[in-house]
Design a protein around this ligand. Structure first.
Ligand code: ATP
Ligand code: MG
Length: 566
């Protein structure tokens, strides 16, 4: 299967955001243009929550003939790194979106932002505050109690200019002084109470090195970067709603024409049984609780990719959940449903046995090999057919046999008949047990030669159909089965509990003795398959020609949901 086969198609459902955009175009705002941006901070790998933002930012531009910029919000040199920049670009491309040559960095605008800060100082709209962070914070007040003005608020323009320039020359210690916008300490909106717009940081920046001694705060950099880029619709998550008056105030001070960017907020993506905080995901990586950012149990895009998720399935999922103004937590089963739906139509069905037991067909000639024909995907005839070898000894799944059958067990039991999929109907005559342990080592069967496709009894129906692999032709493989990383729906939202307490100890199970059909011997990343009756699997990055490794992307059915209801 090729990655990214399908082009990104235009979504049909209209969200409230889209309605705003359509109205703005109709009213001729910003001469009817649509420019959006995706603004990741390069302090971690992208996760599925970011995919929701990416699909919207790029999707709206695509739908309305506009453009979407990729802008790295790199205003905090202490946490940012080029490793993250590279992974972010790879993941957006993988999702199916492209920013052409519009790869921007907030750090590209440090000069213009600095000039804007100087301009605010000169207009009496910003001042240097020498108070410690705790005092500034205490003076902020509360939503119901107005703030208190700093004793430095009325500093002269000359003194402010002198101090700010010297802050930038690293003459002062980190934290000793900040630049604040002079707005309104009594505003009901806390973000308008003289917000800090510049701070001293001495860590070298990954792009600008030691060129700057002061760095803009997020709120100061973000809206202004939008403005410098001609962004028309700045789409962000709900927590920024309360920042919007500050966003607008700063744009008012900066703008010199009719053009202005508009911020619109939507609800974050949250998923059950995982968490979206980059800081906590980094902790999982650093503490070795997962194998890396791309551990297939991680909600990161690289983790989902390694797990076998397709970009189409992620886009489909994002489309399904939609954009609203209400925070919610989405059921991970819906994501799993989306990937099943996608892979069902696109990947070949093959035979693999995870927990093999040998089955000997005692009346089948020794040394004989037949090539039986099977279809690759009943959902898509164009995927054709293939042959697989059948012989006297095959492997079947150990739990497809029960010596003393439970009620409604329609698979193999002594005396019963089942069909080996694509091959013959067989009947169990007995088992061979280990003399010491009593464990069943072999199942003995006889086959009916007339039951193969084309034979006289080919159409005869039996209750059970089993997948199998010819023992002499089987290829060994390691298979990694994943379960949810956490055993709590909302691991990071529990008061008085650390999310680590909810790590699922059984989230990874490694099976070393699996047997797969010979056509899989040459399987490579990013090959994906349905292992018949078991689920969807993909080749893992650790796989080599001599040692195949598969990941289970998802089982065929939602067993978790059922288990929890039982
Ligand atoms: P941080 O806490 O480091 O700021 P962040 O998750 O906000 O983390 P950013 O890199 O700043 O990460 O996010 C880039 C963009 O992705 C922002 O516009 C943000 O609103 C959006 N985004 C982040 N997380 C989600 C989420 N869970 N659902 C939807 N959008 C998200
Ligand atoms: Mg952020």
């Amino acid at each position: 299967m090729k990655e990214n086969q399908e082009p990104v198609t235009k979504s049909e459902s209209i969200s409230f955001i889209e309605q705003f955009i359509a109205d703005d175009i109709k009213e001729g705002k910003n001469v009817g243009k649509v420019v959006t941006r995706f603004p990741p901070e390069p302090n971690g790998y992208l996760h599925i929550g970011h995919a929701k933002a990416i699909c919207l930012d790029f999707g709206m531009a695509l739908k309305y003939g506009g453009k979407c910029n990729l802008r790295f919000d790199d205003t905090n040199p202490e946490k940012e790194d080029v490793e993250y920049v590279d992974s972010i670009k790879e993941d957006i491309h993988w999702l199916g979106f492209d920013w052409e040559n519009r790869e921007f960095y907030a750090s590209d605008y440090f000069g213009r932002l600095f000039d804007f800060a100087i301009d605010l100082i000169k207009r009496g709209l910003a001042y240097v505050d020498d108070q410690p962070a705790e005092v500034i914070s205490a003076q902020k007040g509360t939503p119901t109690r107005p703030g208190v003005e700093s004793e430095y608020r009325m500093r002269s323009v000359g003194e402010n200019l002198d101090l700010f320039l010297r802050m930038n020359k690293s003459e002062f210690e980190e934290g000793s002084r900040v630049l604040r916008a002079k707005i309104d300490m009594t505003s009901p909106n806390m973000h308008m109470r003289d917000p800090i717009i510049y701070r001293i940081l001495k860590t070298p920046h990954h792009r600008t090195g030691n060129a700057w001694g002061v760095y803009p705060m997020y709120d100061f950099a973000h809206g202004q970067s939008d403005y410098f880029e001609g962004v028309t619709h700045s789409l962000c998550t709900l927590e920024f709603e309360v920042h919007r008056p500050l966003y607008d105030w700063l744009i008012d001070q900066l703008k010199d024409s009719d053009y202005r960017p508009r911020q619109i907020e939507f609800n974050r993506l949250n998923l059950t049984y995982t968490m979206m905080s980059k800081r906590k995901l980094l902790e999982l990586v650093q503490e070795g609780r997962v194998s890396g950012w791309d551990d297939p149990r991680m909600p990161t895009l690289c983790g989902l990719r390694r797990r076998g998720y397709t970009p189409e399935s992620i886009r489909k999922f994002v489309d399904l959940i939609g954009y609203t103004k209400v925070e919610a937590i989405n059921d991970v089963s819906l994501l799993e449903h989306a990937v099943r739906d996608d892979l069902n139509l696109r990947v070949p069905r093959v035979f693999g046995v995870l927990d093999p037991i040998r089955l000997v067909i005692t009346n089948y000639p020794e040394g004989k090999v037949e090539q039986v024909e099977v279809i690759n995907n009943p959902e898509d005839e164009s995927m054709g057919k293939r042959t697989i070898p059948f012989s006297r000894e095959v492997f079947i799944e150990r739990d497809d046999f029960m010596e003393t059958p439970a009620p409604k067990f329609f698979r193999l039991t002594p005396g019963s008949e089942v069909r080996l999929k694509g091959a013959y109907i067989i009947k169990c005559d007995g088992v061979k047990k280990n003399a010491v342990s009593g464990i069943i080592e072999e199942i003995h069967c006889t086959y009916n030669p007339e039951t193969l496709s084309g034979g006289k009894q080919a159409e005869r129906k039996v209750k059970g159909t089993l997948h199998w692999v010819s023992a002499a032709h089987a290829v060994n493989a390691e298979v990694r089965l994943y379960d949810r990383l956490f055993n709590h729906e909302d691991p990071s939202g529990q008061k008085d509990h650390d999310y680590r307490e909810f790590l699922n100890p059984d989230s990874l199970k490694i099976l070393n003795n699996c047997k797969v059909e010979p056509s899989l011997a040459s399987a490579k990343q990013p090959d994906k398959f349905q292992f018949q009756r078991l689920g969807y699997f993909c080749v893992d990055a650790d796989s080599t020609e001599s040692a195949l490794v598969f990941n289970r992307t998802v089982s065929l059915k939602d067993t978790w949901g059922k288990m929890n209801k039982a």
